[in-house]
Design a protein around this ligand. Structure first.
Ligand code: MN
Length: 202
């Protein structure tokens, strides 16, 4: 497969005031681009170059560390950008809204549990909402791992991603990760999340 580095689906300032434009610009243009460049460099000329991300992640325990870290970083940020959008927040409707209520009780209980997964991830990593065996679950991974990887504690199809690396929030929130997470809910693009949910449910 040939991999691409797409533009952000919105402007750097589109998530203000919750996520500031400077953070978005550095995060996308420096951090994400570096993961992409290093990932494509690490698989260039190897057997992995012909595989999909899903295939690579399914056997990531056998791949070099550079592929795990940078391939994860490439994919995880694509999902993170596409978990957010201008005019985000509010509530998911339709089948995703119903599934969240039947799995977690209420949307607020889901948000608390997901926020805790991000806040309690020691060091750097991501919080995820995944679909596993037709059911929703919350999980988190360290570094640039993700739930598609064979090394993940909880495997499944990710539909919502939250980056809790310091580079995602430090300029505006410094050490206050819980404040960043609370503000981040105002950026969540539930329509995109619902589309991934319906696809994952088949
Ligand atoms: Mn990041």
């Amino acid at each position: 497969m040939s991999f691409e580095f797409p533009d952000l689906p919105y402007g750097f300032d589109a998530l203000e005031p919750h996520i500031d434009a400077r953070t978005m610009e550095i995060h996308w243009d420096k951090h994400h681009r570096a993961y992409f460049t290093k990932f494509t460099g690490a698989i260039d000329g190897t057997d992995l170059a012909g595989k999909s991300l899903e295939q690579i992640f399914a056997a990531i325990s056998k791949a070099p560390g550079a592929v795990r870290n940078n391939g994860g970083g490439y994919y995880n940020h694509l999902l993170f950008w596409n978990s957010m959008g201008p005019n985000g927040g509010g509530s998911p409707s339709g089948s995703l809204g119903s599934a969240i209520e039947s799995t977690f009780g209420t949307l607020d209980k889901f948000k608390d549990e997901f926020s805790n997964a991000g806040a309690n991830r020691f060091g750097s990593g991501f919080a995820w909402l995944i679909v596993k065996d037709g059911k929703l679950a919350i999980t988190s991974t360290p570094n640039q791992d993700n739930p598609l990887m064979d090394v993940a504690d909880a495997k499944g199809e990710p539909i919502l991603a939250l980056d809790v690396w310091e580079h995602a929030y430090y300029l505006k929130y410094q050490n206050r990760r819980p404040d960043y997470i609370q503000a981040w809910w105002n950026t969540v693009d539930w329509k995109r999340v619902a589309e991934r949910f319906e696809k994952a449910m088949g």
